[in-house]
Design a protein around this ligand. Structure first.
Ligand code: 8Z2
Ligand code: NDP
Length: 284
């Protein structure tokens, strides 16, 4: 589908690249010749992914352990990355999600999600952007992974929706502020793509399986990781050099069918408090 050297010479950081969609994007970037750094909190997960993807693609991949909620950890990660070679591309993919009634959320729960998605994306973006701007480096890209709920809102996933909407505002704002400096910003808005991380949190058995979900999607199926990875590869490549400040939806038409407002979680509006309590993680 692409020239095999589409991303040759590009150094890319994928936050949360050890699992799920971040791993799948990393796989595709490596196949297309990029040099990829992945980060996350679980170093054993990162190491396994590095070993597997190096073997599968023969590409250059490395990992840095980092909790993106901690500003000093983000700065230290960027210093480690820059010591070898500056980044060309940042992909803000790390995220946290909680499915719960909003009025029952503790402040720690709210902060956990906002910290990863909103603050983490801002810390990583500013840390990379400052280094690019100070060094006069141009032709750089920041791409963030959002959710449909960042555009429409959605019940029961409020901290994530708020945080991703904030990252969209960052994407649009920096498109204008950093565009003249040769840094462009863009985003992907995915519909449902099965991953262990998302499904374990959003698709508890109480909700029924994927069968109910696909009825809400015009194409009557969930997304394939390869489809999202190909879109990501295009958007960060020089082929998309005139795309700045936009967010591309890849959801099989789900947002249009539902008319917005988080149709898949709306089905839970009639749940009882007991059903919600059953979902809540038990204190250890
Ligand atoms: C729809 C189908 C597809 C339909 C369409 C598909 C749309 C998909 C959109 C997907 C978006 C995604 O981001 S999917 C990505 C999913 N991946 C992830 O979430 C990976 C990372 N997540 C995590 O690490 C955790 O889940 C998270 C809780 C966010 C952070 O973990 P931490 O270890 O930092 O924090 P913890 O100490 O465990 O928890 C912090 C507080 O949050 C509370 N908390 C944790 N889980 C809770 C819960 N379920 N309900 C209430 N409260 C909860 C705890 O009790 C703590 O509060 P106190 O008790 O007060 O201390
Ligand atoms: N799957 C789907 O259907 C959809 C996914 N998305 C978005 O796609 C992206 C990937 O999600 P998905 O692959 O499904 O889920 P995953 O749970 O697999 O991915 C989340 C990744 O983020 C990392 N992460 C979480 N918190 C931190 C932190 N504080 N610091 C550094 N890394 C962190 C996790 O690693 P670790 O725990 O080791 O830190 C994990 O690798 C997210 O932005 C999500 O919101 C959007 C819409 C739909």
């Amino acid at each position: 589908m692409f020239q095999p050297d589409l991303l040759k010479g590009k150094r890319i950081l994928v936050t949360g690249g050890g699992t799920g969609l971040g791993r799948s994007m990393t796989h595709r970037f490596l196949e297309l010749g990029a040099n990829v750094v992945i980060c996350g909190r679980r170093e054993d997960v990162l190491k396994q992914t590095v070993d597997e993807l190096a073997k599968e693609t023969g590409g250059e991949i490395e990992a840095v352990g980092c909790d993106v909620r901690i500003p000093d950890a983000v700065e230290a990660m960027m210093d480690t990355i820059w010591a070898k070679r500056p980044l060309d591309i940042l992909v803000n993919n790390a995220a946290g999600q909680i499915l719960a009634q909003t009025h029952k959320l503790s402040t720690r729960a709210i902060d956990a999600v906002l910290g990863i998605v909103l603050h983490g994306s801002a810390y990583c973006t500013v840390a990379a952007g400052r280094r690019w701007i100070d060094a006069g480096l141009r032709d750089r890209v920041v791409m963030s992974i959002l959710t449909v709920s960042s555009l429409t809102g959605a019940p029961f996933t409020v901290p994530s929706s708020m945080a991703k909407a904030g990252v969209l505002a960052m994407t649009k704002s920096l498109a204008v502020e950093w565009g003249p400096k040769g840094i462009r910003t863009c985003a992907i808005v995915p519909g449902p793509f099965p991953t262990e991380g998302a499904w374990s949190r959003l698709m508890p058995k109480e909700r029924g399986g994927n069968e109910e979900l696909v009825k809400t999607i015009p194409l009557r199926r969930v997304g394939e990781h390869e489809e999202l990875a190909n879109l990501a590869a295009f958007l960060v490549s020089d082929g998309a050099a005139y795309i700045n400040g936009d967010a591309v939806v890849i959801d099989g038409g789900k947002m249009l069918q539902s008319g917005g407002g988080g149709a898949s979680t709306q089905a839970m509006l009639d749940w009882t408090d007991e059903q919600w309590e059953a979902l809540r993680p038990k204190r250890k």
